[in-house]
Structures are given as C-alpha cells and as structure tokens.
Design a protein around this ligand. Structure first.
Ligand SMILES: [Zn+2]
Length: 272
C-alpha cells in the first residue's frame, strides 16, 4: 500500500443518474472514474445547493462547514469559514506531524500583486500553513502544474505549453517528493456555469488517463469534488448530485460518506 497521497480536486463534478448516456460519456477516463467511485454527499443536511466555499472547507478541514455556518457559501470563504480553515486545515495538521505537503498548482506572478483578500479555500490553507506558493519559476522547472494543465491560459509571461502527459509526469514527480500533494482543477466548474465550454474537459480527461497509467503503487490517489455542476448542462447552476470519491492504491474500508469525512480518511491512510 502507498505511503503518499495525491489528491486531485475537481471543482463541480458529480455523478449523473446515467453515466453512459450523459454528455460526459465522451470522456472515457472521467466516465470510468465516475463509474468506479463511491458516491458521497455534498449537501450534508443543509438546505440549498452546495457551493465551493463551504464544500471545500468541509473537504479539507474534516467538518460539516455548511452546517457550522447554517448555509452553503459560494467560492470565497467568509470570516467564519476562514476561522475554521485556520484551525482545522489538513496542511497545518500535516505540518504539525512533520509530514511534507505540497499544493502543486502554480500561481500567476500577478496574483500576489493584488490587494484582494478574496482567496479560495486552498489558497487560505497555504497562507495559514505558511506554505511557499509555487510560482512561474516552479512551472518553468517542471516543479508545479498550472491549473489548466497545459499552461495555455497562463497570463503573465512566456511559459511553454505542456502536454497532458508531461503535466501528469510532473505531478507524479511532485507527489513522490511529498507525503501529501494537492492539485486543484476548477475549469470544470467554470465550464458548467457557462454550459458551452465542455470540450475543455478533454484535456482533463487526457491528463487523468496518463496519470492513471503511470501512477506507481506507492502513491495513493484520491479524486473527488465539492458539488455537482458539469454533469448537468440543463442548468448553469450547481447540482445536489452525489460527488465521486475515487481511490487507487488506498484502503477500501471506511470510505467517507460525505465531504466532512474525507480529511479523516486521508489522515488514517497516512497512519496519522
Ligand atoms: Zn461554481
């Protein structure tokens, strides 16, 4: 069994009622992942449609964050959620236990020039755990992966394009150097909101195919999401469908039932 974990977080991807006739069926690897995943609950007893701020806090902090604040909160966490992230995020837990972790996404240089406090949950986790953000320099040295996988949308300068295969190799290289590696892909949620850019998912599909074909036994893989969206193009909104919890090279007992149980599953798998 593995002693390292690679966690691929895909924003806005749930399990549709019928995978084989769903529009996602044109993406073979994503379809296989959805079919072989355990469905887990992103709503968690709170009225309304699940959102990223609360869903991601639940995922990475091991608590029912939506219940904690009494609602589903959209992308950027409010003060109450930030307090939870500060106290309970998985990066800080791993740091306390002397485990090496990495947020493998490279940030644009211009991101840090902004005064804004509107960060996603993963960015807040890096801030609270004093993780050194990966940047363009890491991207150029193949020590980071850009959020779109291929660097096509990199906005600040001249970064060579990467094939999905090379990006998968780079992510596996990073994963071998850390106990826990997180990669976040959010173009899926954007595409779901726009309903028209679904072909962007083909890069994700190719990337996941390469990654699954190359992953060594000592890296445990988790692929999951915070809420549905892209699987249902009849609306531009999130859905209440169960999200996939996919694993490879990891224990199959005690799989989580909802987002709040994912962090404990990871810590158990790392024997912490
Ligand atoms: Zn969204």
């Amino acid at each position: 069994m593995s002693d390292k974990i690679l966690f691929i977080f895909i924003d806005g991807l749930a399990i549709p009622d019928k995978i084989d006739t769903n529009h996602l069926s044109i993406f073979p690897t994503i379809s296989d992942i959805l079919e072989s995943s355990k469905p887990i609950d992103p709503v968690m007893g709170v009225e309304g449609t699940p959102q990223s701020g609360t869903g991601q806090t639940s995922l990475f902090c091991g608590i029912n964050a939506q219940k904690h604040i009494g609602r589903h909160q959209y992308a950027f966490p409010c003060k109450k959620l930030r307090k939870l992230i500060e106290e309970k995020n998985i990066f800080s837990d791993l740091k306390k236990k002397n485990k090496k972790f990495c947020f493998a996404n490279a940030y644009n240089t211009s991101y840090f020039a902004k005064e804004s406090q509107r960060h996603s949950v993963s960015t807040w986790m890096c801030i609270y755990s004093n993780f050194d953000f990966l940047t363009e320099d890491d991207l150029l040295k193949d020590n980071a992966v850009y959020h779109d996988i291929t660097n096509k949308n990199y906005i600040d300068g001249c970064v060579p394009l990467k094939s999905p295969k090379k990006a998968a190799e780079n992510l596996l290289k990073i994963s071998l150097q850390n106990d826990f590696t997180l990669f976040e892909y959010f173009l899926s949620d954007r595409a779901g909101h726009k309903r028209v850019e679904i072909d962007i998912i083909k890069e994700l599909d190719g990337f996941l195919k390469e990654l699954l074909s190359m992953i060594p036994k000592d890296i445990g893989l988790i692929i999951t999401s915070d809420h549905g969206n892209i699987e249902d193009l009849t609306s531009k909104s999130h859905t209440k469908n169960p999200v996939p919890f996919f694993t490879k090279n990891l224990p199959l007992d005690n799989l989580p039932e909802d987002l709040s149980e994912v962090k404990d599953y990871i810590l158990d798998a790392l024997h912490l």
